[in-house]
Write a protein that binds this ligand. Structure first.
Ligand SMILES: Cc1cc2nc3c(=O)[nH]c(=O)nc-3n(C[C@H](O)[C@H](O)[C@H](O)COP(=O)(O)O)c2cc1C
Length: 286
């Protein structure tokens, strides 16, 4: 159909003629007229709605891609593999192995697609989650996915780092992060939080590199296997026996500090990754 034909047919359409007549009538009204003000406002809303909808739909794939890239960046960072100028996609695929783990048994799950599995979505899906009893729910998360996504850094077949996802409630928000452990499943390499909404300067200091650096070398489990790692009020006296389990609390943020201790305790306990870490330690499974 040529443009000329289309224009002619449009002009012959009775609905188009009615709309056009209405447009002429509105434009002929004075600028102070209520009808003209409302019609112009509605037309403007209509155009803006189309533009916003178009932008939302067109930018969605880019947003998903950026979110995935940001997650890879966080994992590389907590693994200590992020340098300036690192090609994130390349570094991630070269150096990080993603694995799915049955949280209860600690076994790897090999018959699911690890790349598309979304643990946060699974935690909300009744067919893929477990409700946590109030008594066990020290991290205040109510439910968790049955299957977790863990990340391994390996040298050949030997595991160098185990990166475990953790989340739990602080004061204002659920804090999502990773704990990186050495292959002994006991010594902390690093911690980070990639999604939290605690107050900047108070609880938000969970992202402060200086505070995060205090975690390096800390130990998770006591000799009897209890989770001892956690935050204390104030500054750790490193000369004190047992200080290898303690990290400085966040100044003026006692409740966020408690939230971090609780989420670490939960995810390192038998409610979280202790079964998996036992297997890694004993069987050296990777
Ligand atoms: C505006 C505002 C923001 C706060 N943000 C946090 C926060 O992010 N994390 C936190 O633990 N406490 C925060 N607090 C402090 C808590 O309300 C509470 O006083 C504190 O955690 C208790 O610690 P304390 O026993 O050392 O006083 C905030 C307080 C105010 C007034």
């Amino acid at each position: 159909m040529s443009n000329g034909n289309f224009k002619e047919r449009l002009e012959e359409n009775p609905n188009y003629q009615k709309a056009n007549a209405y447009k002429e009538k509105v434009l002929a009204l004075g600028n102070d007229s209520l009808e003209k003000t409302i019609a112009v406002a509605l037309a403007l809303c209509f155009v803006c709605a189309i533009l916003v909808s178009f932008a939302a739909v067109a930018l969605r794939p880019l947003q998903i891609e950026n979110k995935a890239l940001d997650m890879k960046k966080n994992i590389l960072e907590v693994a200590g593999l992020l340098d300036e100028g690192t090609d994130i996609n390349q570094a991630f695929s070269d150096q990080i192995e993603e694995k799915l783990v049955d949280i209860e048994t600690g076994d790897y799950i090999d018959d699911m697609d690890v790349v598309t599995y979304d643990q946060r979505k699974a935690a909300k899906d009744p067919s893929q989650n477990i409700n946590i009893s109030t008594e066990d729910d020290i991290a205040s998360i109510k439910r968790k996915a049955k299957i977790a996504k863990v990340y391994l850094v390996k040298s050949g077949d030997v595991i160098e780092s185990i990166i475990l996802p953790m989340h739990g409630y602080g004061l204002w928000s659920t804090m999502y992060g990773f704990l990186a452990l050495e292959s002994d499943g006991q010594t902390v390499k690093s911690i980070n939080f990639y999604d939290q909404a605690e107050t900047p300067g108070l609880g938000g200091e969970v992202v402060n590199p200086n505070w995060r650096a205090l975690w390096k070398g800390k130990k998770v489990y006591s000799e009897s296997g209890d989770v001892k790692l956690g935050l204390i009020k104030g500054v750790v006296d490193t000369s004190k026996p047992g200080s290898e389990y303690d990290v400085d609390g966040l100044a003026g943020a006692t409740l966020t500090s408690l939230g971090v201790s609780n989420l670490v305790k939960y995810w390192m306990s038998n409610q979280g990754f202790s079964a998996y870490l036992d297997k890694v330690r004993i069987e050296g499974e990777g």
